[in-house]
Design a protein around this ligand. Structure first.
Ligand SMILES: Nc1ncnc2c1ncn2[C@@H]1O[C@H](COP(=O)(O)OP(=O)(O)O)[C@@H](O)[C@H]1O
Ligand SMILES: [Mg+2]
Length: 326
């Protein structure tokens, strides 16, 4: 059981937000003006707003990230998809400029020219090609702008975490401020989120102790929960494996992209360990609800330091462990 965390009725969310203000909750305006505008140079946005550019950067610096099997950038080539996936057991197709889980197609098995989604449904090749075609047409991209489709190797969640997610790979969001990890949460897919680990689609957010990677609180649609709604697994027992490796990877992401206020999305792959999924220049604020703690006191502590960006990764992690542990 999570220590001293009352279960909330649906009407108490507003009260909860008010309570959290006293905990130093960072609001949207403050985030935009005080942190994003000040610490994230606009010239750096294109790197993180396009998953293909992010992947190229990660590969240049040898950070672990799912392999790129192929890129399709025009409608004619959608019919050539087969050449990228024919010998693969599983793969993931996503829009380079997508967000919020939109347009992500995860195929976990292939058999006799048919492709199985994470929820168990099977698709014919033509349906997968149509999905690529929709991505190219901009169906999932901001403002309907045309896009390119990326085909990636399938990530397989680490054994220790697989039981916590239903029909999807759980991911871990770390907020990194001026190179120092400040807050983290794990996002778990469930039936309601259609196998996506995105909170506004109904996924579960589990706040994590930044020092240990152990669960401290869990929420779904801003309500505290104790068990995974599909599997019944007790969320307070969740412990992310290879936690310090994961923190190192999150810190390295700041070093390669230069964004001062950064959201890093990572997964723990069974074979590869911590791997980078994507970077975010405007990370959401619900990580605070998942952690039952505000970001402001932590951000202010870091603002009081002179040039922490120049510290070694070890020193940045030591600081986080010493100051933000719960
Ligand atoms: N290569 C992959 N293998 C398996 N699942 C994936 C893969 N890439 C993404 N996913 C799933 O899709 C979710 C969203 O992926 P992400 O790349 O972060 O896109 P978005 O910007 O839409 O959030 C992840 O949390 C994970 O559950
Ligand atoms: Mg994401």
């Amino acid at each position: 059981m999570f220590a001293a965390l009352p279960l909330l009725d649906p009407f108490s969310v507003f009260r909860r937000y008010k309570d959290m203000r006293s905990l130093g909750l960072l609001g949207m305006n403050q985030r935009n003006h005080k942190y994003i505008a000040r610490y994230n140079a606009r010239s750096l946005f294109p790197i993180v707003d396009n998953k293909l550019h992010t992947k190229e950067l990660a590969l240049e610096y040898r950070l672990t990230t799912p392999d790129l099997l192929g890129v399709i950038d025009n409608q004619h080539d959608a019919s050539l998809l087969d050449r990228f996936i024919c010998d693969k057991e599983g793969f993931c197709i996503k829009p380079a400029k997508g967000s919020g889980g939109k347009g992500i197609l995860v195929i976990k098995a292939c058999e006799q020219g048919r492709y199985q989604k994470t929820n168990g449904d099977w698709l014919e090749l033509a349906a997968v090609q149509r999905h690529v075609s929709n991505i190219l047409a901009g169906l999932f991209s901001l403002g309907g702008a045309t896009d390119v489709a990326m085909i990636e190797t399938l990530l397989v969640p680490s054994h220790a975490l697989a039981k916590y997610s239903h029909h999807g790979v759980p991911d871990i969001r770390v907020i990194v401020f001026r190179g120092i990890p400040v807050m983290a949460m794990m996002r778990l897919a469930c039936t309601e989120s259609h196998g996506k680990a995105n909170l506004h689609q109904g996924a579960i957010g589990v706040g994590l102790n930044i020092a240990t990677g152990r669960a401290i609180n869990a929420v779904q649609r801003d309500r505290c929960i104790e068990r995974h709604p599909d599997t019944g697994v007790l969320l307070s027992e969740l412990q992310v494996p290879r936690w310090h490796e994961l923190l190192r990877l999150a810190c390295s992401c700041h070093e390669i992209c230069g964004l001062g206020y950064l959201g890093v999305d990572l997964v723990i792959d069974e074979r590869e360990g911590p791997a980078l999924l994507e970077l975010n220049a405007r990370p959401g604020l619900s990580i605070q609800i998942a952690n039952n703690a505000g970001l402001l006191p932590r951000l202010r502590q870091i603002e009081a330091i002179k040039k922490p960006e120049l510290w070694t990764v070890d020193k940045k992690i030591e600081f986080a462990l010493a100051h933000f542990s719960r």
